[in-house]
Design a protein around this ligand. Structure first.
Ligand SMILES: Nc1ncnc2c1ncn2[C@@H]1O[C@H](COP(=O)(O)OP(=O)(O)OP(=O)(O)O)[C@@H](O)[C@H]1O
Length: 785
């Protein structure tokens, strides 16, 4: 049953825009879905005239399935009522309402359909590129490499300003990633490009960025491709030119979830859509949970929504509804995350101001639990990993229990009554990398996720952390790609590079990785395993070499993907290990992307001169992007993580999700007051994202709105929000873990996650009401069931 505030939001008039501001777990998405159903079943608006957008594909699927499930039940109920009352007309009307036809999904997916729908009669349908493909094209066709070669170190230093650490970029992959961020930002922030390229102390570099952007966009236009930012831009331009997609001609409702992460381009689309169609606008969000500044999210658009909507739409003041009852977490958890977000008085100025009678608060409907928030802090990450693995083993394999207050019996299970499984827990961290950055040839330092992987494995448990390693570093990927490489470009002698690789003009770094993969494949060939069908690995390699090196065989060409896939029988994990499946998907996606932009479409040709050239293309356009670390894994392809694995994910990924037990790493990297880590716990300078925002202030219309908070304020506020999202994910138990050095009375290791305020005061020390997690995990008594 919706609560009173939810009902107010569901029933609010559609004559003025509606703004719903609500804390975590208060049913924002639920309310949005119910409001959409009300439009249909109370107001008689057809589902296809209601558009609902959200932030991730996953959330989009969730909304669609709730609309269908609840809508179907609601319709059946109303049909029964109308039939009982003998109202045939209404029964017929209800039966025309098809709840599958709501326009729901991410804005990108909706734009994709709309842009297809808006095509001229002779216009081909655009191909939409996913991130990794567009990055590979940006590098190759935008010629990031040539600008780096011409402008050298100054350009590397300039781009590095916008990287996490502020250091010059170290490789082409990093450079491309940052160029990608800037170019996307120019589109998303509706930047005036003439002003951006005009005389300025950075003009030389800005011009280089614009040259890359032009080449990249020209290539895309020539091949009828688009990335997501350009897709949205195209949609806006067409709307502005008065062209409305057929599917939206009679649009009545535009509803936006997660509005706090909207960027200026998206805001312009929503306003234009409402202006052109006369649809009613509902936006829902939580400014405290805005996380995507680095992707252009502009919290100020949400904060100032009521003013901006009036200005842009010429409408009366939007109605405001605030939801405050949390249905997710126990009382202690709600109190803990509320204390975190209100801890720093300076943060109050960043939040959506609420007029009376509203107060910003979240209250738990779940009631108190015997324990809600615990901590585990150790001397170093390896010790922490060992103890944490023990803890998880006890909870999930030995039925961990704890005492009810004032009772001697140990009867309350820590987790769901069925004992749950490891998948009911999640480890959240600001980064999930298993190693730190490598330094001068030495591999990066081992981090908590790697220690934990090993410790859990030693106890017969496993993790799911495909993003913990770069694709190019993963063992199984190295052997797999190495085999493809030695088939198409064998070494002339052991330990030497293939001829084609030498002629591919790769960077030293890419060559190093190709060498590693080659060595991994050679090592596997030395063992020469048989496939389950009994085929020797060397026989398979030999067969491909006959074709790719000697031009023998009946076929005139082979897709590189077929060559790769022919080795699958030697790699069972690609079939049965969830992490390996994610890696295989990334490889497949890279090859598929190359077949859209690469000269030989990721095939190997039999006849010369194409054989040589096609091998060159395959190395440059398929293997090189992975070797340059341009390809990222996409774990969204896993419908769900196996229940017997501990999910390790970034806090960003956890947005919108909930778990019974949430472990948040607040300080496993912070043993000392190392200046290089401060940006992750207590920044002493503006973050790279804020720096980019500031550098664009004068050339984007949204500049003044952002400028209302200083760069340092915005930098701190992003950290407060990050841990707010983390702390509000658990249902029953929140566990903070890290190194104990930052807990001592006189510690200098300041950390926003541990309730430090910007004025350098520490609430856990100074405020008797706020203390570190009261219960130490070590003091929890456990019994076996
Ligand atoms: N009135 C209600 N009664 C019972 N349960 C509810 C009610 N409203 C929402 N819930 C439940 O609360 C949980 C959180 O709801 P929802 O996912 O819509 O929250 P949210 O505000 O979007 O969360 P977040 O901001 O953290 O993403 C869901 O399991 C939902 O079914």
């Amino acid at each position: 049953m919706p609560n009173e505030r939810q009902r107010e939001a569901i029933a609010a008039s559609s004559d003025v825009p509606l703004l719903v501001v609500a804390g975590p777990g208060t049913g924002k998405t639920t309310t949005l879905v119910l409001r959409a159903l009300r439009f249909t079943f109370v107001d008689g608006i057809a589902p296809e005239d209601v558009l609902i957008t959200t932030f991730t594909e996953k959330a989009g699927r969730e909304i669609r399935s709730r609309l269908i499930e609840w809508g179907t039940r609601l319709r059946a109920h109303l049909v029964a009522v109308a039939a009982a009352a003998g109202d045939e007309k209404h029964v017929r009307h209800l039966s025309t309402m098809d709840v599958n036809r709501y326009i729901a999904g991410t804005l990108d997916s909706i734009c994709e359909d709309a842009v297809r729908d808006m095509r001229e009669p002779n216009e081909a349908s655009p191909v939409i590129l996913e991130q990794s493909a567009s990055r590979a094209i940006l590098y190759r066709r935008g010629e990031v490499w040539s600008e780096l070669r011409t402008l050298g170190d100054p350009l590397r230093a300039y781009l590095g300003r916008y990287g996490f650490t502020g250091d010059p970029v170290r490789n082409n992959g990093e450079a491309t990633e940052i160029v990608r961020t800037i170019i996307d930002r120019l589109v998303q922030d509706l930047v005036d490009l003439n002003a951006y390229g005009a005389p300025h102390s950075d003009q030389e570099f800005r011009q280089a960025i614009l040259r890359i952007k032009n080449r990249y966009e020209q290539h895309l236009a020539g091949s009828n491709q688009m990335d997501f930012a350009l897709l949205e831009r195209r949609f806006l331009d067409r709307l502005r030119a008065g062209r409305i997609p057929r599917s939206m001609h009679s649009l009545r409702m535009v509803m936006v979830d997660e509005y706090q992460d909207t960027n200026p381009l998206q805001e312009a689309i929503y306003f234009e859509l409402v202006r052109r169609t006369g649809a009613s606008l509902t936006v829902v969000g939580d400014d405290d949970q805005s996380l995507y500044r680095f992707r252009g999210a502009t919290i100020e658009l949400f904060r100032d929504f009521r003013d901006r909507a009036q200005q842009e739409l010429g409408c009366p003041e939007p109605q405001l509804v605030c939801l405050e009852e949390n249905y997710r977490s126990s009382k202690q958890i709600v109190e803990f995350f509320s204390a975190h977000v209100t801890n720093d008085p300076d943060f109050a100025g960043a939040r959506v101001p609420l007029p009376a009678p509203y107060v910003r608060r979240v209250i738990s409907t779940a009631g108190a639990a015997p324990i809600g928030v615990i901590g585990m802090f150790r001397n170093d990450a390896p010790t922490l990993a060992a103890d944490l693995a023990d803890f998880l083993h006890r909870v999930f394999r030995q039925g961990g229990r704890f005492p009810l207050p004032h009772e001697d019996t140990l009867t309350e299970p820590i987790l769901p009554a069925d004992g749950g499984d490891l998948g009911d827990a999640v480890l959240l961290a600001s980064t999930v990398a298993e190693r730190g950055r490598p330094f001068r040839g030495t591999p990066g330092k081992e981090r908590l996720p790697l220690h934990l992987r090993r410790e859990l494995e030693a106890r017969g448990l496993a993790v799911f952390n495909p993003r913990g390693r770069a694709l190019r570093d993963v063992d199984i990927v190295q052997r797999f790609l190495g085999l493809a490489l030695v088939c198409i470009d064998p070494s002339p002698a052991p330990g030497l590079r293939g001829e084609r690789q030498q002629q591919a003009f790769l960077t030293n770094e890419a060559n190093d990785f190709l060498d590693q993969w080659r060595a991994a494949a050679e090592a596997m060939l030395t063992v020469n395993p048989r496939s389950p069908r009994g085929e020797l690995l060397s026989a398979k390699v030999e067969r491909w070499r006959l074709f790719a090196v000697h031009g023998e065989g009946d076929e005139t060409e082979w897709p590189l993907l077929d060559i790769c896939y022919s080795f699958l029988p030697w790699f069972p994990p690609f079939q049965d290990d969830p992490e390996a499946q994610v890696y295989l998907e990334a490889i497949t996606r890279t090859v598929a992307a190359a077949s859209t932009f690469s000269g030989y479409k990721a095939t190997i040709q039999r006849d010369e001169p194409h054989r040589h050239r096609s091998v060159n293309s395959a190395i440059r356009d398929v293997l090189n992007p992975i070797a340059e670390d341009l390809v990222q894994v996409d774990e969204e392809i896993m419908p769900s993580v196996p229940r017997d694995r501990l999910n390790i994910m970034t806090i960003h990924q956890a947005k919108g999700l909930e778990y019974p037990l949430v472990i948040v790493d607040v300080s496993s990297d912070f043993k000392t007051n190392n200046a290089r880590q401060r940006f992750r716990r207590f920044p002493d300078e503006e973050s790279s994202v804020v720096r980019l925002e500031n550098d664009l202030t004068l050339v984007t219309p949204v500049g003044p709105a952002r400028g209302q908070r200083t760069g340092m304020q915005r930098t701190f506020e992003d950290l407060v929000r990050l841990y707010y999202v983390a702390y509000s994910r658990p249902q029953s138990l929140l566990m903070l873990v890290g190194c104990q050095q930052g807990l001592q009375f006189r510690t200098k290791i300041k950390n926003v996650a541990k309730f430090w305020r910007r004025d350098e005061s520490w609430a856990w020390l100074s405020d008797p009401a706020l203390r570190p997690p009261p219960v130490d995990a070590d003091h929890l008594p456990f019994v076996r069931i």
